[in-house]
Design a protein around this ligand. Structure first.
Ligand code: FAD
Ligand code: DLZ
Ligand code: SF4
Length: 503
């Protein structure tokens, strides 16, 4: 009896568990571009184009491998418009009554599949290094789920950068060497770029017609859209950027959008690259003497540490996670998040870059757009939706823990042991943004005062009850307490005036 094998737009992997469980001779693969997935949030047009182009190429790859693939394009006249709708339509066409899927990376879609009137076998997504059971066992009985300890277990499990039971070089983590400020120059021309081929051009025209008015530029479009191109992009990064990745991991620059970052998250997240393949390539670069330990350890930690950890937190915490709001922040997201039209140069640069590239690196996301939203008390669900829309690598399982948890502290400290907030001093130390800003980062009050300076104290003051007893924040609160009362009043009233101006 024919069964339907569902392959979603972020499941483009030959070894997908649903394909493994199916029979090429009798089962039918269903892939569908559908308006529901393209519009449940209004994604950046580059993100939609990337996914559709990669889906079309993967469908062809499966056909070449002998699969019967029923592929629906977005503008097909009989397209049912949703994943369950398409499965039901294909079930009718083929007489199938059973669906095999790999667990989607979002509760919304898991629920939608479970609600279908078809028999469903949902396989775990095995494209990760950890398993949910393993994580839940690790988490059992722990007071705090700190990534660092989970990461050490992942090092032991994979054997990456291990000498027997000991970490390579004697330390688990070399982050203290990875915080160099923005350099004068960057000796890397950025990620590998690909000229759109016929498939990509066809998709670009479709996306322009249907989603051309969404936030962000569709063209130029240079992402790789198949496994071979993704691998070339990885090799390019390992060869030219990995050696300096660690040093300038946290730096930000006016005129350089990528620094030494890899730009591989889109490929990893849709399944065109495998996390172990990526980490092994980085480890080989270290073993061959091509890249230093601080760079390679830092890079591998992002993937087998952070990426795995947020995946597990998302599925451990349940569907309400993106709605959490532990600090009861209710302010609306300022309009400039959609235009970049603000005098705050750091925000303007990070947002404009996001509109152009559908990409900003980790510190721009955490310490510029995220930091500002947290300091200003923006509703975390609005912040979550913004991130889910604007980044090409944003899928809820990875985006929500990073935004709701790490960046906005809305999960009440499951991910972060203290809120990631800073005044302008941090941004000034790590970037050249402040040099060309209308505000003065040294000014703590007054007309030219950097808004991050005002809002920083405003945040600490309004959440003093919650955070003043946090060990990691004692010193900051001691400084606030020591400050002259008149000065405190001035800071708070200027911060209020600034916040009033936002709405
Ligand atoms: P690099 O800096 O070169 O790092 C290499 C790889 O490590 C990345 O490709 C990514 O797969 C992984 N990685 C690094 N940090 C993280 C992390 N915190 N969580 C998961 N994986 C990580 N990443 C996403 O993939 N999707 C998102 O929607 C997303 N949203 C974020 C929102 C906020 C507020 C923050 C602070 C971080 C977010 N991240 C997200 C993590 C990180 O910013 C991106 O993975 C990274 O910028 C991708 O670019 P890169 O490939 O150049 O990364
Ligand atoms: C993000 C996305 C978009 C824009 N479009 C589609 C689509 O048309 N068809 C599809 O199968 N998947 C798409 N996706 C990816 C899904 O939204 C993704 O599988 C879920 O969010 C779970 O991670
Ligand atoms: Fe951003 Fe303040 Fe620096 Fe301007 S002065 S770039 S607002 S941190």
């Amino acid at each position: 009896m024919t069964r339907l094998v569902l392959v979603l737009g972020d499941q483009l992997t030959d070894t997908l568990s649903a394909l493994d469980a199916a029979d090429k001779a009798s089962d039918v693969v269903v892939m569908a571009e559908v308006s529901e997935e393209a519009t449940y949030v209004q994604h950046h047009p580059k993100k939609i184009a990337f996914i559709f182009a990669a889906m079309r190429k993967f469908a062809q790859r499966l056909r070449d491998d002998g699969w019967d693939v029923r592929y629906s394009q977005l503008d097909d006249s009989d397209n049912a418009g949703s994943i369950p709708g398409e499965l039901l339509r294909r079930a009718e066409d083929t007489g199938a009554s059973e669906v095999i899927s790999t667990q989607p990376g979002e509760w919304r879609l898991i629920q939608a599949l479970e609600d279908m009137p078809l028999k469903l076998t949902m396989k775990p997504d095995t494209r990760f290094i950890s398993t949910q059971d393993e994580f839940d066992t690790w988490a059992e009985g722990r007071k705090a789920l700190r990534m660092e300890y989970f990461y050490r277990d992942m090092r032991r499990k994979t054997g990456l950068l291990m000498n027997g039971d000991d970490p390579e070089g004697g330390k688990w983590n070399y982050d203290s060497e990875n915080r160099k400020p923005a350099p004068d120059d960057i000796a890397f021309s950025g990620p590998m770029q690909f000229t759109p081929d016929d498939t990509v051009n066809e998709v670009l025209d479709l996306v322009e017609a249907r989603f051309g008015n969404s936030f962000g530029s569709l063209r130029p479009f240079w992402f790789g859209t198949d496994q071979e191109q993704a691998r070339r992009a990885l090799t390019h990064f390992i060869t030219y950027a990995l050696p300096r990745f660690g040093d300038f991991q946290d730096a930000m620059m006016n005129d350089n959008r990528f620094l030494y970052h890899a730009m591989i998250s889109p490929y990893l997240n849709v399944g065109l690259l495998d996390p172990m393949e990526v980490c092994k390539a980085a480890e080989d670069a270290y073993k061959e003497g091509h890249a230093p330990l601080n760079a390679v350890e830092g890079f591998i930690r992002q993937i087998i540490g952070w990426r795995e950890y947020v995946r597990r937190i998302y599925f451990r915490e349940g569907p309400d996670y993106p709605r959490r709001n532990a600090l009861n922040h209710q302010r609306k997201l300022p309009d400039f998040y959609w235009t970049g039209d603000t005098d705050m140069n750091c925000l303007s640069k990070a947002i404009t870059q996001t509109a152009d590239e559908a990409y900003a690196h980790h510190i721009q996301r955490l310490m510029v757009t995220g930091n500002f939203a947290l300091l200003a008390g923006i509703n975390p669900h609005e912040v979550h939706e913004w991130y889910l829309r604007v980044y090409i690598d944003a899928f809820e399982w990875v985006e929500a823990p990073n935004v709701v948890g790490m960046s906005q502290f809305a999960d009440d400290g499951i991910i972060a042991s203290k809120p990631y907030v800073s005044s302008g001093a941090y941004i000034n130390r790590m970037s050249d943004y402040c040099k060309s800003c209308r505000y003065k980062v040294q000014d703590k009050t007054g007309e030219d005062a950097c808004p991050f300076n005002l809002l920083y104290w405003h945040f600490l003051d309004r959440h003093a009850e919650k955070f003043s007893s946090n060990n990691r924040m004692n010193q900051i609160y001691a400084n606030w307490k020591r400050m002259d009362e008149d000065r405190k009043k001035t800071i708070l009233s200027e911060a209020e005036a600034f916040l009033d101006g936002l709405s």
